[in-house]
Design a protein around this ligand. Structure first.
Ligand SMILES: [Fe+2]
Length: 318
């Protein structure tokens, strides 16, 4: 595969405090060099006989390829982040920043702080949409890496020395201010609008229990800490519970196979939470049976292990 050069997105002569000479040098000598090296490393990797080449050689080339690919992608985003007046934010993007950072001003301060922290170092400052959480996040990325898995960066600030040195010397504060003055918010908004259409990662699908409501371990913790009364029933199967060493603090174990016998001891006036080992079947089936009998029951998603993974308190299972 051959990667192709992208034309400059911004018009260098329109920028405020960033000269065409700086942008031309950056585009030709840094973006261009990364692209050429990317193509050369990719050809080298593709030409290898992977059955006879040492694993370390394949790994080294693959890492280099990833770094160079990220460098080209981030440079393209950087040039596509410039060309505006830095001030005109539409309601859409201003609203998104206010929602996820408190205010546009707070977002700006955080973004600039991350950039200033890279002074004397090198890397990228990115504003990224994360489909899983449905929010924007600021972060830095060293060595063209450390991106957020599944994240879609929509604004990039290049903090490598080559991005500013010929114009600003070591004065990164002035360079960062110039970048902020030239952000093309219209282009950022267009990328944001595209990014939010990306579906979050698929969650665990259990169609057989789609009508049984669940509750997260965090929500159960909140109920407990707020003093809300709740009946927590550990319905791990008997064969499993005989070798289990711990149990959720505040839960009682009940044999799921004898649910018809013990459900009468539960109160219909307080919610019931059931769970099993991982949250797949038994906890869901127990919650379904209890709901059928008129209880306000839900199963705890992820079961016993999700509870332990969030450091929920457990006690010895005697
Ligand atoms: Fe660069």
């Amino acid at each position: 595969m051959n990667y192709h050069i992208a034309p400059l997105f911004c018009r260098p002569w329109t920028l405020n405090g960033m000269s065409p000479r700086l942008i031309e040098s950056h585009y030709e000598h840094n973006y261009g060099a990364a692209l050429n090296r990317l193509n050369s490393v990719t050809s080298e990797l593709e030409a290898l006989d992977v059955k006879t080449t040492p694993a370390q050689v394949i790994s080294r080339l693959s890492r280099e390829q990833t770094t160079l690919l990220n460098s080209t992608l981030l440079h393209e985003l950087y040039f596509a982040s410039l060309g505006g007046d830095g001030r005109t934010l539409s309601d859409t993007i201003a609203g998104a920043l206010a929602r996820d950072f408190g205010s546009v001003d707070r977002w700006r301060h955080e973004f600039i702080a991350l950039a200033e922290a890279l002074t004397g170092d090198s890397g990228w400052i990115l504003l990224t949409w994360l489909p899983r959480d449905g929010r924007l996040i600021n972060h830095s990325a060293s060595d063209h890496a450390e991106s957020i898995a599944g994240g879609i960066p929509i604004l990039a600030l290049d903090m490598y020395e080559h991005a500013y040195h010929i114009e600003y010397g070591a004065n990164t504060t002035a360079y960062i201010a110039a970048f902020m003055r030239n952000i093309h918010w219209g282009a950022v908004e267009a990328r944001y609008t595209d990014a939010i259409k990306v579906s979050p990662p698929r969650s665990l699908d259990q169609p057989e229990f789609k009508d049984v409501p669940s509750i997260t371990p965090e929500e159960v913790q909140e109920m407990l800490s707020s003093g809300k009364r709740v009946q927590i029933i550990d319905t791990r199967p008997r064969h499993y519970s005989t070798r289990a060493q711990d149990i959720v603090e505040g839960a009682v174990w009940r044999d799921p196979e004898r649910i018809e016998e013990w459900m009468a001891s539960l109160s219909k006036d307080e919610p019931v939470v059931t769970f099993c080992v991982y949250g797949f079947h038994i906890g869901c089936q127990s919650a379904a049976a209890l709901r059928k009998a008129g209880f306000d029951a839900r199963y705890m998603a992820g079961g016993h292990y999700a509870w332990k993974a969030i450091k929920g308190p457990v006690k010895l299972f005697a």
